[in-house]
Design a protein around this ligand. Structure first.
Ligand SMILES: Nc1ncnc2c1ncn2[C@@H]1O[C@H](COP(=O)(O)OP(=O)(O)O)[C@@H](O)[C@H]1O
Ligand SMILES: [Mg+2]
Length: 319
């Protein structure tokens, strides 16, 4: 990105940020995405003049225990760019709390809640925020009930995965049985959601404010792993087609979801709209992708914040 090469912190800022560890990798299913995000963040911080280095958790140096990796050299603050379990769910956040290293993004509790789609939805419901009707599939015995309550089509998802891993759209009982079998391979906690058939949006949040709304369009059945990372026919639109009041409503909803989960610093909220135009929260992402073509950097760029400045702002929010 052009702007990234131009953004520099002052010498005083660099000194007050200290020695920064960009923590990436991890051992979740999203490890490859995290490594890409981590590389992009690390080089942007270095180009901006921050004294940053990378730690690939469970990576090549990872014959050590991950905590030993964190203790191998002094760290003044951590830029956490691990996705998925172990990195986005409060576990590493708890370790950093114990080591007294300030880190970017949400704390232990919000990270754990944000990673759990079921608990997040329960919070949304409790706070009166809209989310798709759902059923908890504690075991295969619960499929009948889900079928009756939600009807078809339905979305089946593991509660603690990301990147659309283990998710399927189902239209009948046969597909439901198979989708449950697939999702349960990833997680003991599986949920069924009523299918929402309208537009999809994502709203990045930075320092308590919503960045420009992005509308996602894919010819795929939904925004699946391939549409996210491989396909070149996924479209990211700032011309989202929402009236100004609806856009304001969507931004407000994103901030409310961020706050209800107790998030800090930055994040990204996924939302869908039904055919009648009503919004439904899908999830909050507490450590979303930060490759140079990920959604948060895209939204920031639209707001005039280049990748380097974005990385530094997230870093400054560490606590
Ligand atoms: N209830 C639903 N109805 C229709 N599509 C859905 C529904 N839930 C999720 N999706 C689709 O699946 C994608 C991934 O779902 P999401 O809940 O955001 O999980 P992930 O953590 O994998 O991103 C969404 O971006 C959306 O395209
Ligand atoms: Mg999502």
């Amino acid at each position: 990105m052009q702007a990234a090469t131009e953004f520099r912190v002052t010498a005083e800022e660099a000194a007050s940020l200290g020695r920064v560890a960009v923590i990436m990798g991890g051992d979740s299913a999203e490890r490859p995405v995290s490594l890409k995000s981590g590389d992009a963040v690390l080089s942007a911080l270095q180009r901006a003049g921050v004294d940053a280095f990378g730690i690939d958790l469970y990576g090549e140096q990872g014959d050590q225990c991950p905590i030993a990796q964190l203790q191998a050299q002094p760290i003044d603050r951590a830029f956490l760019i691990l996705h998925g379990r172990g990195g986005e769910d409060g576990v590493i956040q708890g370790v950093l709390e114990m080591l007294r290293i300030p880190y970017t993004g949400s704390g232990v509790e919000a990270s754990a809640l944000g990673m759990d789609k079921l608990r997040s939805k329960q919070l949304f419901v409790g706070a009166g925020l809209p989310t798709a009707p759902f059923a908890v599939l504690a075991s295969a015995d619960r499929l009948d009930e889900a079928e009756q309550r939600l009807g078809y089509p339905m979305m089946i998802k593991p509660a603690h995965e990301g990147s659309s891993i283990g998710m399927s759209k189902v239209r009948d009982r046969d597909q439901l049985d198979r989708a449950f079998g697939e999702a349960v391979r990833f997680d003991r906690s599986v949920i069924a959601e009523q299918w929402i058939s309208g537009a999809e949006f994502t709203v990045a949040v930075l320092d308590g404010e919503a960045l420009p709304v992005i509308r996602l369009e894919t010819p795929h059945e939904f925004y699946d792993y391939d549409a996210k990372y491989q396909a070149n026919d996924t479209r990211y639109l700032f011309e989202h087609g929402l009236e100004p009041e609806r856009e304001a409503e969507l931004r407000k909803l994103a901030i409310e979801a961020f706050e209800v989960v107790g998030c800090r610093g930055w994040g990204r909220i996924d939302v869908m709209q039904d055919d009648a135009g009503r919004f439904y929260l899908l999830e909050v992402n507490t450590a979303p992708g930060m490759t140079d073509h990920s959604l948060v950097p895209m939204a920031a760029q639209r707001a005039g914040i280049g990748f380097g400045e974005l990385a530094v702002r997230i870093l400054k929010g560490a606590g």
